[in-house]
Design a protein around this ligand. Structure first.
Ligand code: NDP
Length: 245
């Protein structure tokens, strides 16, 4: 029987690429979206084209809302019978600002989405996953760089995700569940345009040892490896996938 991967924020970007890769490897795929139903439907169609099992479904879930996250896990179990891996991917960046100029609503939204949302998804994963299951949290190289003058709120939110990864790996290791994180560098997705800076990919992407921005597929490959049995002795790891950035 196919295993099931649950991916938050699978409608676009890194989540979509990850969903399509898991489908191509024969997994059932459950993705969430918050507003873009059409994009989510497109991801499901891509999964079904790529898929060996051909099973993909989309669920509207706002990770800031506890009932919504609980509902996404329940709907996935109802549909596929189990959740075997979780990609804790949904996240946002707010427009460029120094901390001195940030208003509280923006900061609350970043922390509610990236930290509270990330912790809620991880909590449900801890409740749902069987022995042999795996969680991959999507952090950012910002967690170690701090993103001064850009978004120190976002960087701090991803620092919390790194710490979650370390702590939860120790809680769940004895249950046979692995917990790891990837830290993407500058990746060519819509997140930069959402933050009002589509030019960021072209301007800052080449500013790393590999001299180019990354593509969502390249993050998906690292996420897939960390979930797969090929990484059976890897837990508590935080893997930079940023072209050396
Ligand atoms: P995108 O903006 O392309 O996609 C974001 C996804 O998250 C969408 O599926 C969106 O759903 C969903 N989402 C947004 N807000 C919520 C919410 N409140 N509840 C549930 N889902 C939500 O982003 P990326 O693919 O670039 O980013 C994915 C992850 O990678 C994020 O955690 C990000 O911080 C991280 N990352 C990205 C980098 C990059 O350069 N791209 C670099 C480092 C880290 P919908 O389509 O419905 O809006």
């Amino acid at each position: 029987m196919s295993k099931t991967i649950l991916i938050t924020g699978g409608s676009r970007g890194i989540g979509r690429a990850t969903a399509v890769l898991f489908a191509a490897k024969g997994w059932n795929v459950a993705i969430s979206f918050v507003g873009n139903r059409q994009s989510a439907d497109e991801t499901c169609a891509l999964c079904e084209q790529a898929g060996v099992a051909g099973n993909a479904f989309a669920y509207q879930c706002d990770v800031r809302d506890e009932a919504s996250v609980v509902g996404f896990f329940a709907a996935t179990r109802d549909r596929f019978g189990s959740v075997d891996g979780v990609v804790n991917n949904a996240g946002i960046v707010a427009p460029q600002s120094t901390l001195a100029d940030m208003d509280i609503e923006r900061m609350k939204n970043v922390f509610d989405t990236n930290v509270l949302g990330g912790y809620l998804v991880a909590r449900e994963a801890a409740r749902a996953l069987p022995s042999g299951g795996a969680i991959v949290n999507v952090s950012s190289v910002a967690a170690k760089l701090g993103s001064p003058g850009e978004y120190v709120d976002y960087a701090g939110s991803k620092g919390a995700i790194d710490t979650l990864t370390i702590g939860l790996s120790k809680e769940l290791g004895p249950k046979g569940i692995r917990v790891n994180a990837v830290r993407p560098g500058i990746i060519n997705t819509e997140i930069h345009a959402s933050a009002g800076r589509p030019e960021r990919v072209g301007e800052l992407g080449p500013n790393c040892p590999l001299g180019r921005p990354g593509e969502a597929d390249e993050i998906a490959q690292s996420i897939y490896w960390l979930v797969s049995d090929d990484a059976s002795y890897v837990t508590g790891a935080i893997l930079d996938v940023g072209g050396g950035r």
